[in-house]
Design a protein around this ligand. Structure first.
Ligand SMILES: Cc1ncc(COP(=O)(O)O)c(C=O)c1O
Length: 412
C-alpha cells in the first residue's frame, strides 16, 4: 500500500526537502540593464534624482496613428487568441518591408510574428543548439545570446569586437574560432552595445565562411532603421544566405513600441514548423491588437521613423563630442542604434563597474561594458534614447565624476 504523505505544519521544512531544480535554471542569468534600472528606480523611490542612461528604450511615445490602430483593434474585439505564427496580413507587410528596406526576399510563410524580438533569439537557440554545440557570439554583445546558449546546454564562443577597429567583425579572428562543433554564428548590426554596422565586405566574407563550414546564422537586425549614414545591409540578402539565416527584427526600437511586445523572425523553411511549435507550447500567439498596430506601423507613413532617427543623430553627436572632451575618455562615433560605448580604461579605476556604481550614487545610471561580455571591460554603455536636456545633465554629472577622478589620479 502506498503511504499517504502527512501534512506538514511547518512550511519551511517542506521547502528544505524539495527536490533540486534543473541545473539549467541556475545557468540562466538576468540582464545587467534591468538590474541597474531596478537599483536606479529604488533610489528614485527614496527621493534621489537619477538621469537614466542605462536602458535601451526610446523616450518617444509610439506614433499616434499606430496607437490609434491598436486602440481601434481592442475596441473591435481583437482581444482573442490568434494564429501562432501571426496574422497573414502582418506577415505579408513584413515580407514587403524586408524586400524594400534590405533586399531580403522571403515569402510570408517564413515569417513568424513574436511578442518582441527576444523570443526569436530564444526559440532559434532552442531549436538549433544542443550540448556540445558551439555558438559564436559578438563580445561585447547583447547578453541574451550568451544566456540562451548556456541555457540550451551549448558553449558560447566570444568573438571579440575591438574599439580600435570601430567594433567591426575581424574575419581572421572569426576563422580562428570556427571548429567542427560550431553550429551557429550570431551577428548584430547595427550592434548593441557597440553601435557599429557590419560593412558589406565583412558580410560577404562571413557568408563565404558560413557556406564553407555549413553554419546557421542568426542576424539580429532589431536596430535596422536606426542608422546615421548608409542603411545597414542584411546578410540574408546575399545569395544562398536566406536558406541558413534567421533574420530577427521588430517594432520595439524603430517604432518606439517596446511595451507592445511585437517582433518577428524570418526563418529558413525547415525551422518554421518546429519554431511555431515551440511558440505554441510557450506563449501560444502574439496579441492580435498589437499585430494590427504593427500593420499600421509598416504600411503607414514612415516620417515618424525618420524624425526619431534625426533626433537620435543630434543626441549622438552631442554625447560623442562631450565624452571625447573629457580627460581619459575616448569614444568612437556609433553608426547606428542609440548607444555610445566610450573607452574609459585610461581613467584608471580598478574596474569600470566600480566607476558606474559611483556614477549611480552621483545621480546618473549607465552600464559597465562587462555587462555585455568580458571584452566589454574598460568601456561603459550610455544610451542616448533620452531627451536632450536630460542627456546634457547626465553628461554634466559624468563629467564631474571623471574630472574628480582625473585630478585624484594626477595627485597620486
Ligand atoms: C540587440 C538586441 N536584440 C534584441 C532585443 C530585444 O528586443 P525586444 O524588446 O523587441 O524583445 C534588444 C533589446 O534591447 C536588443 O538590443
Amino acid at each position: 500500500m502506498i503511504e499517504q504523505a502527512q501534512p506538514n505544519d511547518d512550511p519551511m521544512s517542506s521547502v528544505e526537502t524539495l527536490r533540486p531544480m534543473a541545473a539549467r535554471a541556475r545557468r540562466i542569468p538576468g540582464e545587467g540593464a534591468l538590474e541597474t534600472l531596478s537599483r536606479a528606480l529604488d533610489m528614485e523611490a527614496r527621493g534621489i534624482d537619477i538621469i537614466h542612461l542605462e536602458i535601451g528604450e526610446p523616450d518617444f511615445p509610439t506614433p499616434t496613428h499606430i496607437v490609434q490602430a491598436g486602440v481601434d483593434a481592442i475596441r473591435a474585439g481583437r482581444t482573442r487568441y490568434g494564429p501562432a505564427p501571426g496574422i497573414w496580413e502582418l506577415r505579408e507587410a513584413i515580407a514587403d518591408h524586408l524586400a524594400a528596406s534590405r533586399g531580403v526576399r522571403v515569402s510570408p510563410e517564413r515569417i513568424i510574428v513574436t511578442p518582441g524580438g527576444k523570443p526569436v533569439i530564444f526559440m532559434t537557440v532552442l531549436a538549433l543548439v544542443e550540448k556540445g554545440d558551439e555558438v559564436i557570439i559578438p563580445d561585447p554583445g547583447f547578453p541574451a545570446y550568451e544566456a540562451t546558449v548556456r541555457f540550451a546546454g551549448g558553449t558560447p564562443v566570444s568573438l571579440p569586437l575591438r574599439g580600435e577597429t570601430g567594433f567591426q567583425v575581424n574575419i581572421d579572428a572569426l576563422k580562428e574560432r570556427i571548429t567542427r562543433r560550431t553550429k551557429l554564428l550570431i551577428l548584430n548590426s547595427p550592434g548593441n552595445p557597440t553601435g557599429s554596422i557590419i560593412r558589406a565586405a565583412e558580410l560577404e566574407a562571413i557568408a563565404e565562411l558560413a557556406l564553407q563550414h555549413n553554419l546557421w546564422l542568426l542576424s539580429d537586425e532589431i536596430y535596422s532603421q536606426l542608422y546615421y549614414d548608409e542603411p545597414p545591409k542584411s546578410i540574408a540578402a546575399i545569395p544562398e544566405m536566406a536558406e541558413r539565416t534567421i533574420l530577427l527584427d521588430g517594432f520595439s526600437k524603430s517604432y518606439a513600441m517596446t511595451g507592445w511586445r511585437l517582433g518577428y523572425g524570418a526563418f529558413p523553411k525547415p525551422l518554421v514548423e518546429p519554431v511555431t511549435n515551440i511558440a505554441i507550447n510557450n506563449y501560444s500567439c502574439t496579441p492580435l491588437f498589437a499585430q494590427d498596430a504593427g500593420i499600421a506601423a509598416l504600411r503607414g507613413p514612415q516620417d515618424c521613423v525618420a524624425a526619431m532617427r534625426e533626433a537620435y543623430r543630434v543626441r549622438r553627436n552631442l554625447v560623442v563630442e562631450r565624452l571625447n572632451a573629457m580627460p581619459g575618455v575616448s569614444c568612437t562615433m556609433p553608426a547606428g542604434a542609440f548607444y555610445a560605448l566610450p573607452d574609459v580604461s585610461a581613467l584608471g579605476t580598478a574596474n569600470v563597474r566600480t566607476f558606474t556604481n559611483h556614477l549611480l550614487e552621483n545621480g546618473v545610471a549607465v552600464l559597465p561594458g562587462v555587462d555585455f561580455g568580458r571584452h566589454g571591460e574598460g568601456y561603459m554603455r550610455i544610451s542616448f534614447a533620452t531627451a536632450q536636456d536630460k542627456l546634457r545633465e547626465g553628461l554634466r554629472r559624468i563629467e564631474a565624476a571623471v574630472e574628480t577622478l582625473h585630478r585624484s589620479n594626477q595627485t597620486t
